[in-house]
Every structure is written in C-alpha cells, then in structure tokens.
Ligand binder design. Structure first.
Ligand code: ADP
Ligand code: GN1
Ligand code: MG
Length: 366
C-alpha cells in the first residue's frame, strides 16, 4: 500500500523537473481510481503545477506512456498553432522535462510527472446540457486532431484495454479462482453479465471481419476529464494515459456512462441511477458536429450501443476487481467495488430501456 509523502518530500520530487516557481505546498487533488494527483502551489496560494504519481503496476511501460503523451500533446499543440489559436497553454497540457530530458522521474520507488496547472479552469462531476454539448464537441475534435498520427506511432499503454472479449476472459478467470471467496455472493450479477456477453462483443467480431477499424481514441472520456473555463467553454481534454488505438465507441460510451448518469458512478441509492436523455442528446449532438466527417455509417449507427457497451464493460471490470479482492481500483470501503458494479448495472438497464429513443436520435446523421 502506497504511503503519502511529506510536503518536503514532494517538494524534492518537484525539484527534479525544470520548473522555476517557488512552490511551498503540495496537496492531494482529484479523485481518480488509478494514479495519485496532487496540486503544487506558491506561498501566495496560486496553483502552478499538477504532480502525478503514475501507477506503474498498471502502466507498466512508463517510458512508452510518457512518450505517447508527448506525441499527443505536441501534435495537438501544432494543430492549435496552425489554426491560429491563442492562449494555447490552457488548451493543451504542457508536461515538464525532468533533468535527464525525459518527461518523468523515478525516485526508485515510484514514477512521477509534472504538468502546468491550467489557471482559471475547472472540471465537473455533474454537468448541464450546454456543458455536455461542449464536451461532445471537444472529444470529437480531439479524435479528429489525432486522426492523422501515423499508424504504429502510439503504443498500447494497456494492451487490450477496451477489448470486451479480453475483459470477459479476465472476469471468467476471476470467477474460477474466486480469490476473495465472493463468487457466490455475486451469482445474480454474474448471470446478468453472461446473458449479455455475446451481444457485447460485436466490435471485436466486426473488426475481425474487416468492417470496423481502429482509430486513436482517448479511452477515458469521463466527464471530469474535460477542463472548462469560467464561461463554460471547453479549454482542453486531460488524463491522457490511455490515448491509444481502439474502437471509436469508447469515447462516446464512457462519457454517456459518467456524464449522462443521474447518479454517481458508485451510487448507493440505485433509484438515483438512470440515463439523462437530454445530456445524451447534447453530447451526441456536439460529438457528431466535430466527428461526423470521419465516422463510417456503421460507427454512427453503433453510437448508442457504445453507451451500453462501456457501461457493461465497467460493470464487468468492477465486478472482476471485487472477485479478485480489490487489487486494481482504489476503494474506500470493503464493498466499494460491489457497490460500483450494482450502480453500473442499474445504469446499463436504464440505457437498455432507452435504446429505441437513442437509435431514433442518431438517425438524422445516417
Ligand atoms: P485522475 O483522474 O487520474 O486523478 P486527472 O489527470 O484527471 O487524474 O486529474 C484529476 C483532476 O485534477 C481533474 O479532474 C481536474 O479537475 C484536475 N486537473 C488535472 N490536470 C489539471 C491541470 N493541468 N490544471 C488544472 N487542473 C487539473
Ligand atoms: C479508471 O484513472 P481514472 O479514474 O480516470 C480506469 C478507467 C475506468 C475508470 C472508472 C487505466 O480511470 O478505465 O473507466 O477508472 N483507468 C484505467 O471510473 O484502468
Ligand atoms: Mg481524470
């Protein structure tokens, strides 16, 4: 289990990066499930940097990870400059090199990275239709800007990350091993997962049949990974660890799963969990405005399925971790992964109930 460091220790880590502000305090920030995020501020209380401890048990090739992020941020920066954008340091993340020129530093125990804190920005856990529309535009634009990165240039930071067949294999292995003795307790959820398994693997089948291609996706389009300015305009997309080739449905799916959910991802009161159709429509509208030009009719017709798929995938991933004894996601209490599974499954049922409406909404682009 990782122990928090002292302020002094964090300051020592920051000194390994080429930064020139007098930072006096470093404190935890954000609520991600994988890495540790901290905010570094000056004596006047002005936030200047984001310091992150990379979870290298999950991102095992840190060199590839930071290389990918460097390629992606440089590519976006060039595109923004070519468009004549101003204020670019608020529109793309800027990572600092460490003393050896690499964009990370290892203290022998952990890996660290630092990027500029984006001033006058914020992310949301719950949003309005207008913000959802802006986020849709931002993720479509993000995919579009990255669409000309040559094939093979970005590595897969987590192989098979959004491969549903692979996630189901992991689930079946966890059930079989039953390392935490929890398989009996989740029999009902297991049955619900099995019932849907075949229908949830059509992307992999379509890919093998040559009908679906891989594109560069963000692969973690949670609602809180979009930074807005004080006027509700999108500044940029953040949390770039999983930007890699994958299926396009990932980036609509994970936003619908998080942004259009009327409850929290780990909602205890399941009656609060459902899909907000207004938020779904606003995101899809924004996304289609910027992504329509490069999507195939098959991809467009599958967009509503993307919401169900990513919610199903997350149900399977949380339950797998529960079965394994909570080894992957940070948890805050013993049943946290089960609670998350139940909330995701409830959302999946709501998405299923709205399939017809969603398919009708998407028709205007077909
Ligand atoms: P994780 O989700 O893995 O904890 P993120 O990179 O998404 O890590 O950061 C967590 C939160 O910190 C974000 O939701 C955002 O509110 C804030 N944040 C991240 N990077 C920046 C930045 N460069 N400037 C300002 N705020 C940031
Ligand atoms: C993790 O790091 P964070 O919290 O943004 C996970 C995502 C899941 C998400 C569920 C590398 O994202 O894939 O969708 O939790 N990231 C990784 O909230 O597994
Ligand atoms: Mg995040």
């Amino acid at each position: 289990m990782y122990m928090m460091k002292t302020n002094e220790q964090y300051l020592q880590i920051l000194k390994q990066f080429q930064q020139d502000d007098a930072i006096v305090s470093v404190e935890p920030f954000g609520n991600g499930h994988i890495n540790d995020t901290l905010k570094a501020s000056t004596a006047g209380g002005e936030a200047k940097y984001i310091l992150q401890r990379i979870n290298h048990h999950i991102f095992t090739n840190v060199d590839m990870l930071q290389q990918n992020i460097h390629i992606v941020t440089s590519h976006i920066r060039n595109k923004l400059e070519a468009r004549g954008e101003t204020d670019i340091d608020r529109k793309v993340l800027t990572f600092l090199p460490a003393g050896d020129g690499k964009y990370y530093y290892s203290d022998g125990e952990s890996y660290w990275r630092v990027c500029l804190f984006i001033p006058r920005s914020r992310s949301y856990e719950a949003i309005t239709p207008e913000l959802s529309y802006q986020a849709g535009r931002a993720f479509g634009d993000f995919q579009s800007m990255l669409s000309d990165i040559p094939e093979g240039k970005l590595g897969e930071t987590i192989p098979d990350f959004h491969n549903m067949e692979f996630r189901l294999r992991q689930f079946h292995d966890a059930l079989k091993a039953d390392a935490a003795g929890r398989a009996r307790e989740v029999k009902d959820l297991t049955e619900e997962i099995e019932k849907r398994a075949k229908a949830m693997c059509i992307q992999e089948e379509l890919y093998r049949a040559g009908k679906l291609k891989k594109r560069i996706n963000h692969c973690d389009t949670k609602v809180n990974n979009v930074m807005f300015d004080e006027d509700g305009k999108v500044l940029c997309v953040i949390d770039l660890d999983t930007v890699m080739p994958g299926f396009v449905l990932s980036d609509i799916g994970d936003f619908i799963r998080t942004g259009a959910n009327t409850g929290a991802e780990d909602e205890e009161d399941l009656s609060k969990v459902s899909v907000n159709m207004e938020l779904f429509e606003a995101y899809t509208q924004g996304y289609m405005e910027t992504a329509c030009s490069f999507l195939t009719p098959l991809e467009i017709s599958l967009l509503p399925y993307g919401g169900r798929l990513l919610t199903y995938m997350q149900t399977v991933r949380f339950l797998t971790d529960y079965l394994n004894g909570d080894t992957y996601y940070k948890t805050h209490h013993p049943k946290h992964n089960l609670q998350r599974t139940q909330a995701q499954f409830r959302l999946l049922q709501s998405l299923e109930a709205h399939t017809g409406e969603m398919d009708t909404f998407i028709k205007k682009w077909l």
